[in-house]
Design a protein around this ligand. Structure first.
Ligand SMILES: Cc1cc2nc3c(=O)[nH]c(=O)nc-3n(C[C@H](O)[C@H](O)[C@H](O)COP(=O)(O)OP(=O)(O)OC[C@H]3O[C@@H](n4cnc5c(N)ncnc54)[C@H](O)[C@@H]3O)c2cc1C
Length: 505
């Protein structure tokens, strides 16, 4: 990402880390395996904005088609689809202690997509102790089909566009340092994710006129490609708790875990620990829909390796890592991660140059909304967590906020509102849920890039099918909704081409 004036100010390099899966199966191969559909309002609001066929009832049918829940207690989740998912519940005492503490505060209810305020142990993309992903679940079973060819290590630079009739004819792709031109018999489907799908469109002259012209790229179609970048900003902090709550692992425990995993595909290494115990809260108490999602991570005392790894992966400044390490010398750490559910801040993707293989510029713009509503949600979340620490349940385990200072926030006393605001702008990050940069919307929507059938407006022969088409980010982790977009997109393609064939006959 590009350095920002509103976020990630105190992280190493002054940027948030921005990983994505550059691999067959994309980010589903490297993600945290939490499987969350999102709630009714997410999809009904897409439909209300003119996206016919994307209401909750309609998308539910798509979910049920591809979900392959492997358990006996799948509830309303699909059982016969390609994507294996399972239920999972962390077995260490901290899981139930947290449930009791949230109950004491009156926040604990069973979560469902229809009644989305509450807590649950989310499904996970794990089957028999092993990660599932979109490549394994959807491509592996059909890899020998005669009409499927997969090119690995292949990088698409741009679309081949016939400007005379505004039709996409194929793609230009680099394989083994050779640039090939591949023609499409019917149409091109672009699924390069929320950063690269807009990049490929803009490389091809499809994008904001003023931006393309500033680089000297011929404009084929003037669309707001790359805008409306949405993502879930997060803020994490630590609570020290008595060592009896979170068991510290000895080297021998670690060996046992490894044995258990390799021999039986079970034990701690076969799950996601406490991460899928998540909560949804409306911090303003003004709706039956959440504005905050909460995640929890438990770390036993003296787990310096894990702390350093966390710090490395998220660019944390040394001062913060040292505070966590210091606290972990005497006690266990419970990390609470607060996530802004429906962000008001939006960012954008721009091209860096006319070289189609150059990395695009990413401007996430977290906490840039005019009224600071996103920051406010996190502040409310911090207040809620402080109440959590004061519950009878957690006080008996000596729960206490881990204090820290940051170089950019030295003028504020720890735990004042000003300190937290400063801290959020400095070390808050995101949960890698980038979406929205090829926004779906009807023709009347000036910000729309694709129509509700995922065809790019104003040009024939190309659809976008990935997270970039979301008009607004869903309320929760984005992998499941994006797989649903893939399933729905496949149905739209089949409907359209079968209809063409019928008309020809
Ligand atoms: C570290 C991490 C943890 C996450 N944890 C979770 C989680 O626990 N639960 C959850 O629901 N979500 C999670 N997410 C988010 C979720 O995985 C993503 O939202 C989702 O996978 C995005 O899907 P996509 O198809 O839109 O894009 P991607 O998954 O990014 O797929 C894009 C694909 O296009 C390919 N590509 C890009 N450019 C080109 C090009 N020019 N030529 C050819 N190929 C190209 C890429 O290699 C990739 O295979 C996480 C993401 C990350 C990065």
């Amino acid at each position: 990402m590009e350095p920002s004036e509103t976020c990630c100010l105190g992280l190493k390099g002054n940027v948030c880390s921005y990983p994505r899966g550059k691999v067959l199966g994309g980010s589903s191969v490297i993600n945290a395996m939490l499987y969350v559909r999102g709630n009714t309002r997410d999809y009904n609001s897409w439909a209300e904005a003119g996206n016919v066929g994307w209401d909750y009832e309609s998308v539910l049918k798509q979910y049920e088609k591809f979900e392959g829940c492997q358990d006996s207690n799948c509830g309303l989740y699909g059982k016969n689809g390609e994507l294996e998912i399972t239920t999972y519940k962390y077995q260490e005492p901290i899981r139930d202690i947290l449930e009791d503490a949230y109950k004491e505060l009156g926040y604990y209810r069973e979560y469902s997509e229809e009644k989305p305020l509450g807590f649950w142990d989310s499904f996970v993309t794990i089957n028999k102790g092993t990660r599932t992903n979109t490549a394994k679940s959807f491509i592996e079973p059909i890899k020998d089909r005669k009409n499927l060819y997969v090119a690995l290590n292949a990088e698409v630079s741009q679309l081949i566009v016939d400007k005379s009739d505004k039709t996409v004819k194929g793609v230009e792709v680099k394989i083994n340092e050779k640039i090939l031109k591949l023609n499409a018999k019917k149409e091109v489907i672009l699924s390069a994710g929320a950063i690269n799908s807009p990049q490929i469109l803009m490389n091809s002259g499809i994008g904001p006129k003023e931006h393309l012209e500033s680089l000297g790229i011929d404009v084929v179609t003037n669309l707001r490609v790359g805008e409306n970048l949405q993502d879930h900003a997060i803020f994490s902090f630590a609570i020290s708790v008595d060592n009896s709550v979170i068991k510290a692992k000895t080297d021998l425990d670690a060996l046992d875990d490894i044995y258990q995993y390799f021999m039986h595909r079970s034990g701690p290494l076969s799950g996601v620990e406490l991460l899928n115990f998540m909560g949804y809260v409306n911090t303003k108490n003004d709706s039956i829909f959440p504005d905050l999602q909460l995640f929890h991570t438990a770390m036993g005392a003296d787990n310096v390796d894990a702390l350093e790894e966390m710090a490395r992966a998220t660019n944390l400044p040394d001062e913060l890592t040292e505070a966590f390490k210091e606290s972990s010398k005497h006690s266990s750490n419970l990390f609470i991660t607060l996530q802004v559910m429906n962000p008001k801040s939006t960012g954008k993707i721009l091209l860096r140059s006319t070289d189609p293989f150059d990395k695009p510029k990413i401007f996430p713009n977290y906490f840039s909304d005019e009224n600071n509503e996103d920051l406010e949600v996190l502040l409310n979340g911090i207040k809620l967590s402080k109440k959590l620490i004061q519950t009878k349940t957690l006080t008996q385990y000596k729960a206490k906020l881990v204090e820290y200072t940051l170089p950019n926030c030295k003028e504020y006393d720890f735990d004042t509102d000003e300190f937290w605001k400063c801290s959020v702008r400095n070390v808050a990050s995101h949960l890698y849920h980038q979406v929205g940069t090829c926004k779906m919307g009807p023709e009347r929507d000036p910000a729309a890039v694709v129509d509700p059938r995922l065809r790019v407006h104003g040009i024939k022969g190309v659809r976008v099918i990935d997270g970039s088409i979301m008009p607004t980010v869903t309320s929760g982790n984005t992998n499941a909704p994006i797989i649903m977009i893939g399933e729905k997109g496949a149905e739209l393609i089949k409907e359209d081409w079968l209809q063409n064939i019928h008309e020809e006959l």
